[in-house]
Design a binder for this molecule. Structure first.
Ligand code: FES
Length: 119
């Protein structure tokens, strides 16, 4: 039988938390940055790609100082310092066009190689 429910191509995890205690500020949601998740979701609908892309609200992604942040999977693409305009460009160029927007990605020194699991 054919699968009835295809999986999304992308997941976009948008941090929706103010810095938890002990984490460096500023964080991902305060004041006008509250509108960013809605803007992203609306952008997916306007482009007809809701479903192919699943937006997910998350808690802290551990990079509060560079907030607002969102993580695009697959590929561990961590976008930082977001605005509505930057989100629009990410949807058009990365999600639809297939080219990550390098200038909005987290600097490499803050996003090193994945931590290896102990064996
Ligand atoms: S509050 Fe968003 S990364 Fe920590």
């Amino acid at each position: 039988m054919m699968p009835q429910f295809p999986q999304p191509t992308f997941y976009i995890f948008k941090c929706e938390q103010s810095s938890p205690p002990g984490m460096p500020k500023p964080s991902c949601v305060n004041g006008e940055t509250q509108e960013l998740f809605g803007h992203m979701a609306q952008g997916l609908m306007q482009r007809g790609i809701m479903g192919a892309v699943q937006p997910i609200r998350t808690s802290c992604l551990g990079r509060c100082q560079m907030g607002p942040v969102m993580l695009v999977e697959p590929g561990h693409f961590m976008y930082v310092g977001l605005t509505k305009e930057k989100i629009d460009k990410i949807l058009d160029e990365h999600i639809i066009g297939g080219n990550p927007v390098n200038e909005f990605l987290i600097p490499e020194q803050f996003w090193g190689e994945p931590i290896k699991l102990k064996q």
